[in-house]
Design a protein around this ligand. Structure first.
Ligand code: MEV
Length: 302
């Protein structure tokens, strides 16, 4: 029996970095997905994961699952991806969660969504040592989600389709490295960084309301404020700032980096009628447009 699953990539809308420190964020699942195919073999363990950045996410998932549920069979696992693992769309989380669901189905272990999230988060921490788990939540639940560190709160938000532009900066960010280096800076000045995280938290809480109200102009203003605070955390880059400025100059309501910073993607919230000129302006500053929509469904059987 061959089991096929898929899980969505993600875009962080608000609250990156702060969410590592017991604070909320808002994340959305995107229409580009990671696909996983699993079947039992006569004892061999084979992984063919061409689009996966770090194969340990698949290997650790299998190891931990086997240990937990005492499943001994050989397995053949194949993955494919609708998007490049360079973008920072959470390909590692998506492949982890899609593999868990496939194993869950293959062995009839009947894990709930929350148990899939918890297992996925445990695997992320084992492999990369840091992370809030928001990307695991996006891959598991999909939609648009209000999320607090480690899954203390995972609340689906009723948000319509957002007129969104995603632009790749051309540079792959090293998320664990950026998170760890910020951690060191925080140690040296807790008051300063707590102050910044308090302001980000207020933005996330306001964004939660404005997103539900489809008040896109207001959501854009909040994105700009969030970007300023990310710049004060020194996680943005000149290229990301330039791409955000380009989007704003062509009429976007707001723009910010999405994820850890240091590269990866920026996002802009836009009046739909200005899409073409905004996308062109981002391309003019050497950004690459990635076509995705928000609110994608979470992990599922295919
Ligand atoms: C990275 O995409 C987002 C961070 O907040 C890290 C995390 O929440 O795991 C920087």
């Amino acid at each position: 029996m061959k089991i096929k699953t898929s899980a969505p990539g993600k875009l962080m809308l608000f609250g990156e970095h702060a969410v590592v420190y017991d604070r909320p964020c808002v994340v959305t699942g995107v229409s580009s997905r990671i696909h996983v195919e699993i079947e039992k073999t006569d004892g061999h363990f084979m992984v063919d994961a061409p689009g996966v950045k770090d194969i340990r996410f698949v290997e650790e998932t299998v190891r931990i699952f086997k240990e937990k549920f005492k499943t001994g069979n050989g397995l053949s696992i194949k993955t494919s991806s609708d998007f490049s693992c360079q973008y920072g769309f959470g390909s590692s989380s998506a492949v982890t969660v899609a593999t868990i669901l496939a194993l869950n189905k293959l062995y009839g272990t009947q894990l709930s969504q929350k148990q899939i999230f918890d297992l996925g988060y445990k695997i992320t921490l084992e492999v990369q040592g840091v992370g809030s788990g928001f990307d695991i939540a996006a891959a598991t639940y999909g939609g648009t989600t209000y999320f607090v560190t480690g899954g203390k709160v995972i609340q689906p938000l009723n948000v319509k389709t957002i007129s969104l532009v995603a632009g790749y900066s051309g540079i792959k960010a090293d998320t664990p490295k950026i998170v760890k280096s910020l951690k060191l800076k925080i140690k040296s000045d807790k008051t300063k960084y707590n102050g910044i995280f308090d302001q980000i938290t207020k933005i996330v809480e306001d964004a939660k309301i404005e997103l539900k109200n489809s008040n896109w102009r207001k959501v854009g203003e909040l994105m700009n404020k969030n970007q300023q605070l990310l710049e004060s955390l020194e996680v943005s880059t000149e290229k990301l700032d330039t791409m955000c400025q380009a989007a704003l100059s062509a009429g976007a309501y707001g723009a910010k980096l999405s994820g850890a910073g240091g590269g990866d993607c920026m996002i802009a919230i836009i009046p739909e009628e200005k899409r073409q000129s905004i996308e062109q302006t981002i391309k003019n500053v050497a950004g690459q447009i990635i076509h995705v929509t928000n609110n994608a469904p979470g992990v599922c059987l295919e």
